[in-house]
Every structure is written in structure tokens, then in C-alpha cells.
Design a protein around this ligand. Structure first.
Ligand code: ADP
Ligand code: MG
Length: 613
């Protein structure tokens, strides 16, 4: 048989290599920004469009490339960073494989513009799917700009595999944050679809963390510091009181490179042992400096995993360093698991006397009063009748003692199907199951309602209405609340200030890094304010709204997500009834604002059938 083995052409080999290096737009961001760091830049700008699917561009003021180097840079295994295999054990750069640009060039449209300090003019090169164009001279600043357009244009399967813009942008932000945290001395600017997401001036590490994660982060941080023969440890951990249910803010950097290492993570977590509520995670920003030769970062193609020679020693040192910091900063004794975590927030109301949360229902309610024993009647009114039972009734005490027995609901199509036209006797027909579901009867059988989602729907529609149609009521705060934010967060807040005010917030002052809240919507408690605004900022950072409509939508979603009663909350009968009625008065009682089903029904027929078996 004839010989059949052939060497693959370069462009095919590069496409295959690209599969490992470039999984998504965020991988391009990582490679380009790391190259800019390696080039000794002090200012790096990241410009992204369409969550990186349309454009990822990195502009730096680093050392630039000669024309020859530029042409070589897009060849596979072409690198200026190592020369011999031994160099692999003395790495001081982020890159070393010489694969990134070649891989990216194989699967996207690439445009490199670069100028070295000593050159009068720069050079430019365009490559489309591996086809290298001619170089041409251009006038440009010192440094390098690399633009990557139409990622995966020649591999539709990969392009289709990409997630929504929201998800891809989140991955990009993650990569960006990892590099920005590792290099606080470099200025980073990040724009997405022409709006500025981050502007991080050169600073120390603490300030960089605060600029990335917002002003309130500052008070959460406890420094860690240790210098042994094996490793030098520096950075910050979060105070136990500020630990979160998400694993968001957990960063290890080994020799300034972000790494994931479950063993080290375990060391930190175990130092927090006994200080964390179950299900809560510590936050940390820990930098380890070790001899480059004592680690192997070569075990993973995208280089986020690391192996230490002396990993057991590393574990012990790290654990005791973190424990020491927790003890030294006296954060241990103040801990009390049953304390309301909201009271630990760093905001200025912290020092004020606690207030009862406004979730009490009808303090005048007297179960022995004859009137109250009556049935709750749900009437079906014709369409367009005004909804009297507003969403507030879930939380607000209803002083019109007798009246609340009859709650009217708007008869939208879906509620018509569920409830009979006639008055329905609803006496004692709601039942809360495991503090999570509300079970109630309907004409045809029964309905099981997810209380959290139901309340989300009710609040969502209410807030959306406030924002878009009429203004919500506001309660004045006795002492204005001051909240701190990063400059980027403040920019965002300013852009949504009007909408926020329509929901009932009143901001008496806005500076470049703080706001004063002097009024807030009814039915939310002061301790919720920080949480709502945090949620809001997180949502807006992930999903940069294109129109004011989607802005209102994000706002209403953030508020309902934070404020809706959670599973695990006991609701008394009045609150249960009220929630059920309010739910079926909404426009879309079937699905939550996050497109999850709110209730399921089971007909008598179905029940009967099951008993036949
Ligand atoms: P690696 O970073 O592993 O060396 P890359 O494919 O990422 O491989 O880059 C290839 C080479 O191109 C680098 O070694 C560097 O010499 C050059 N290069 C890439 N980006 C830049 C930049 N922004 N500024 C200066 N040189 C760069
Ligand atoms: Mg590189």
C-alpha cells in the first residue's frame, strides 16, 4: 500500500492549535493583554465590541515590535520569551509558548499595528484566517495595537457554540480582573460597546482591589503577610463577616500569574474553619512568590493550574498565615452566626439602633375577633377593573381590619381559568409547604406555588410600573445613608439615577465615589438598600443595557431578586393569601421574571387517576 502519512499544512495545524488556546473571546483578551504586560506597558486599553464576538482590541504603550518581529510573531512557536528548554524553569513572563498570535490569526481577522521607540513610523499587518497580507508603514504611537475581529468566522460550529453576550462578557471581565489585580502598577482601561466598564489608575494592591470591586470592599480586607524560605505570601483575605455565598472573589497569584489550585484553596478555607456559616465562602486575593524553578506551570495549556515542588509545606504555611491574620486583626471573636448579616454591612447606618424590619403583617389582627374568622373571598372582577389589592399588602399592615377579607383580583385570562366566575370560598385553603411552596385549591383541583418566584413576579411588575409609568412612593430616612462605590460603579449609578428615583429612592448627594440615600421605596428596609444597589451594579456590569427599556427591566429584576421573600421564610395565612391574590393579579402569573415556572397545577382528574392504580 502507498504511503499515506502527510505533514499537515501550517494553517490547518494552527487551526487545531487554536482549539486549545482560544476557547472563547475571553481567551483572546487574556492572550492579548498578557502580551501587552510582557511588553513592559504602563497603560493598557482593552476595547471590546459585541462581547468580543465582533471585536477585541488591545492597545498598549509597551516596547513594540520591529517589522521582522511582527511578521514572526504570528508564526507558530515564535516567541521572544524563551530560547532554550532551561528557560522554561526561569519564567518571568506570562507567555512563552509562542502560540497565541498564530492561533488567533488562524481563526479570526487580525490587525497588528506597532512601533518601537527608536522608529519614526510604525508598521501594520493584516491577516485574515491565516492569509498574511503585506506590511505597510503607518503613523502610530509607540507601542502595539492588536485588533481581533470576527472570531471563529471560518469555524461556524465554534462560533455557534459561543454563549450569549452576557455570558461571554462575564468571562472577559473575569480574565480582565485577574490580570488587572496581578498588575496594580499598570493602568488598565476597559471599554465595552463604547461605554467604560473599568478605569483603573496605577496604584497599590489594596487600592486596585477597591477600584475593581468597589469602595465598600476596602473595609472587608484584612492583610496577609509572610516571608519564609519557601514562599513569600502577601495580599488580603476578607473578614469572615463579609464572606459570601458565591465563590466570586477568590484569587491566587503565583509569581503574579492567576492560578487555580484546589489544594491551596483548601488551605485557606480550612483556616477559616469555624468562622464561616455553612455554604459561605471566604474571599481572598493572595499572592505567592516562589522560585520559578520550584513550580511547573506547564501542565495546562491555558496555564491556570500550577504544581509546586513542596506543596505540603506550602499548604501548612498558607494555612497558618491566614489563621494568624484572622487572629491578629481580631476578627474572630466578633462573630455570631445568628446575627443578621445585613447588620455587618460597612455602611454608615451600622452604628444606629436596629430597626424592626418592615415585614410584619397586620399588628392589629385579632384572631378571636368574630369578623376575622370569616372566609377570605376572592372576587373576579371584569377586565380593566382597578386592582385594589396592591403588592404592598403582602408586607404592610392592613389597618382597615374588616376589609381585607375581600381582596379583589383583576381577572386576566389565566386567572379566569383558575378561579371560578363566582365568589369562591377560600377559607383556610392556603397552606405553606416546607416554608417554600404555597398550596391552594382551585376550581379544577389544586395549585402549588413557589413563593419566592411568585413574589418576584409581583414585585417585578410593580417596580417596572413605577419606573416606566408612575413614580413609586418613598419613605424618608431619618439619617441619610452613605454608600461607597468605585468610580466605574458610580458612573453606572449616575446613568440609572433617574430610574432608581422613580422607584422611590432619593439621592441627596452623589460624589465621585459615594452616594447619600435620603429616601427609599416603601416596604424595603434600610438594611436592604446596600444589597439592592450591589445586585443592581452586578447585573448592569454583566448586561450593559442597550435601551432604556432594558435598563428598566434590569433595574426591576435586580430589585425583585433581592427583595422577594426567600424559600425558608415562614408566611402566615394572611401573607399567603395576599401573595396568591397578588400573583394572579399580575400580567404573567405563570412565569417568573427570570423565565422560571411559578406554579404547577394538579387537577382532580389527575389525582383521581393516581388513586386508581
Ligand atoms: P508568547 O507570548 O508565548 O511569546 P505570542 O504568540 O503571544 O507568544 O506572541 C508572540 C511574540 O510576539 C511574543 O513573544 C512577543 O515577542 C511578540 N508580541 C506579541 N504581542 C506583543 C505586544 N503587545 N508588544 C510587543 N511584542 C508583542
Ligand atoms: Mg503571548
Amino acid at each position: 500500500m502507498a504511503d499515506i502519512i502527510q505533514l499537515l499544512p501550517d494553517h490547518v495545524a494552527n487551526q487545531i492549535a487554536a482549539g486549545e488556546v482560544v476557547q472563547r473571546p475571553a481567551s483572546v483578551v487574556k492572550e492579548l493583554v498578557e502580551n501587552a504586560v510582557d511588553a513592559g506597558s504602563t497603560l493598557i486599553q482593552l476595547i471590546v465590541k459585541g462581547a468580543g464576538k465582533t471585536l477585541v482590541q488591545v492597545v498598549d504603550n509597551g516596547k513594540g515590535m520591529s517589522e521582522r518581529d511582527m511578521l514572526l510573531s504570528v508564526q507558530r512557536h515564535a516567541t521572544s520569551k524563551i530560547r532554550t528548554a532551561e528557560d522554561l524553569f526561569q519564567l518571568h513572563t506570562k507567555g512563552f509558548r509562542g502560540e497565541a498570535l498564530a492561533s488567533i490569526a488562524a481563526i479570526a481577522h487580525l490587525e497588528i499595528t506597532t512601533r518601537q521607540e527608536e522608529d519614526q513610523v510604525g508598521v501594520q499587518l493584516k491577516i485574515e484566517g491565516g492569509a498574511i497580507g503585506d506590511t505597510k508603514p503607518v503613523a502610530c504611537d509607540e507601542g502595539t495595537s492588536i485588533a481581533v475581529k470576527n472570531l471563529f468566522f471560518n469555524i461556524p460550529a465554534r462560533r455557534n457554540f459561543l454563549k450569549s453576550d452576557t455570558v461571554e462578557l462575564r468571562h472577559i471581565i473575569e480574565e480582565f480582573q485577574r490580570i488587572a489585580l496581578a498588575h496594580p502598577d499598570i493602568q488598565f482601561d476597559f471599554y465595552h460597546n463604547n461605554s467604560e466598564l473599568f478605569k483603573l489608575p496605577p496604584s497599590n494592591l489594596r487600592q486596585r482591589i477597591v477600584n475593581v470591586f468597589g469602595g465598600k470592599t476596602n473595609e472587608k480586607l484584612v492583610p496577609v503577610q509572610e516571608d519564609t524560605g519557601v514562599v513569600k505570601i502577601s495580599g488580603f483575605i476578607s473578614k469572615p463577616a463579609f464572606t459570601k455565598k458565591t465563590r466570586g472573589e477568590q484569587f491566587f497569584f503565583v509569581n503574579n500569574r492567576f492560578v487555580k489550585n484546589s489544594y491551596l484553596h483548601h488551605a485557606v478555607s480550612s483556616a477559616f474553619e469555624g468562622l464561616l456559616k455553612p455554604g459561605y465562602h471566604p474571599g481572598y486575593f493572595i499572592f505567592l512568590q516562589v522560585e520559578p524553578s520550584s513550580i511547573d506551570i506547564n501542565i495546562h495549556p491555558t496555564k491556570t493550574e500550577v504544581k509546586f515542588d513542596e506543596d505540603q509545606a506550602m499548604y501548612a504555611i498558607l494555612r497558618s498565615t491566614v489563621k494568624h491574620s484572622l487572629g491578629q486583626f481580631n476578627v474572630t471573636p466578633a462573630l455570631d452566626f445568628d446575627r443578621d448579616a445585613n447588620l455587618d454591612t460597612p455602611y454608615s447606618y451600622e452604628n444606629k439602633a436596629p430597626q424592626l424590619p418592615a415585614v410584619e403583617v397586620d399588628s392589629n389582627f385579632n384572631p378571636f375577633k368574630e369578623d376575622n374568622k370569616g372566609s377570605i373571598k376572592v372576587k373576579s372582577y371584569p377586565k380593566h377593573n382597578k386592582v385594589e389589592a396592591s403588592w404592598e399588602s403582602l408586607y404592610v399592615s392592613m389597618d382597615s381590619g374588616d376589609d381585607y377579607n375581600t381582596v379583589s383580583i383583576e381577572s386576566e385570562s389565566s386567572s379566569e381559568e383558575l378561579f371560578s366566575e363566582q365568589e369562591t370560598d377560600f377559607s383556610a385553603t392556603t397552606y405553606q409547604l416546607h416554608k417554600k411552596y404555597i398550596v391552594t385549591t382551585i376550581k379544577s383541583g389544586m395549585v402549588i406555588i413557589n413563593q419566592h418566584r411568585a413574589h418576584q413576579r409581583v414585585l417585578y411588575e410593580q417596580y417596572l410600573k413605577n419606573i416606566t409609568v408612575d413614580t413609586g412612593n418613598s419613605q424618608q430616612l431619618l439619617f441619610p445613608l452613605e454608600l461607597k462605590f468605585s468610580t466605574t460603579e458610580m458612573e453606572l449609578l449616575k446613568s440609572i439615577k433617574d430610574s432608581l428615583e422613580r422607584t422611590g429612592f432619593v439621592f441627596s448627594e452623589m460624589t465621585s465615589d459615594s452616594i447619600q440615600v435620603s429616601g427609599m421605596p416603601l416596604n424595603i428596609s434600610e438594611s436592604d438598600v446596600g444589597g439592592i444597589i450591589d445586585q443592581l451594579l452586578a447585573d448592569f456590569q454583566q448586561e450593559v443595557p442597550e435601551s432604556s427599556l432594558s435598563q428598566s427591566d434590569i433595574l426591576a429584576k435586580a430589585m425583585c431578586r433581592t427583595l422577594a421573600v426567600k424559600s425558608g421564610t415562614h408566611l402566615n395565612t394572611v401573607a399567603q393569601e395576599s401573595l396568591v391574590n397578588n400573583l394572579f393579579a399580575t400580567k404573567e402569573p405563570m412565569v417568573s421574571p427570570f423565565q422560571k415556572p411559578i406554579f404547577i397545577t394538579m387537577s382532580l382528574e389527575e389525582l383521581d387517576k393516581r388513586f386508581l392504580e
